[in-house]
Design a protein around this ligand. Structure first.
Ligand code: SF4
Length: 221
């Protein structure tokens, strides 16, 4: 990703936090304990994956403990990545073969993947204050995407944090799977998160997920 990571006052916003970002004490502590238990894992804020010149941004919730937190690439190494990357390949937003590891050669096409919260939270549940704090990095990421026109929010937390960034209100832009919200030149597409829980319980079927990306593809083509 072509973005800046400097803290100089005159510089562009920082898009990637420091590996030891201290801003959320609970998450920093959880990260430290994960490093002690699994020193070979990534165990740090997971950077965005893809191209900052892309027109599509996908926003997830946060790294999974044994997924992105282990491998260092968003949605890589757990079930959510199986469905997400298969769908992105199908709609031309990724190419290669997804093999659940960061050196599998998979590349994104006109697409960047980021998370509402960059550090793994206990039980996959970030606190509101942590979501608010990490929004700084998501906002900077969006500001560093000059061609951005479509954003897919995976789940309600990603949707809610995007509303704050886009200055939308939940009464006029409520979360609903398949909903599309206009924000100036940007369109926000809502999807249920592609987690194993959601697919196992039937909340989200692969076809429901595909239909969101079909809509995005039609808009961007
Ligand atoms: S979640 Fe974001 S703001 Fe909080 S410690 Fe991690 S990188 Fe820093």
């Amino acid at each position: 990703m072509t973005t800046t990571s400097t803290n100089s006052a005159a510089a562009l916003p920082v898009t990637e936090p420091d590996r030891n970002c201290p801003l959320c004490p609970r998450l920093a502590e959880f990260r430290a304990s994960a490093r002690a238990k699994e020193p070979s894992w990534f165990n740090a804020p997971v950077p965005s994956f893809g191209d900052a010149n892309a027109r599509l941004l996908i926003v997830g919730l946060a790294p999974g403990l044994q997924g992105a937190n282990r491998t260092g690439r968003p949605f890589t190494g757990d079930y959510a990545g199986d469905l997400l990357y298969a769908t992105l390949i199908e709609y031309g937003f990724a190419k290669g073969t997804y093999q659940a590891r960061p050196d599998d050669g998979l590349t994104l096409v006109n697409c960047l993947i980021s998370n509402a919260v960059r550090c793994v939270p206990p039980q996959n549940k970030p606190l509101p204050a942590e979501i608010n704090t990490c929004r700084t990095y998501l906002t900077a990421t969006i500001e560093a995407m000059p061609r951005l026109s479509a954003i897919v929010a995976l789940g309600r937390i990603a949707h809610d944090t995007m509303l704050k960034i886009l200055n939308l209100r939940s009464v006029t832009a409520p979360f609903a799977h398949g909903a599309v919200h206009q924000a100036g030149r940007l369109k926000l597409y809502d999807s249920y998160h592609c987690s194993r829980y959601n697919t196992n319980t039937g909340v989200l079927t692969p076809q429901m997920f595909r239909s969101v990306f079909a809509k995005v593809k039609a808009e961007l083509d």
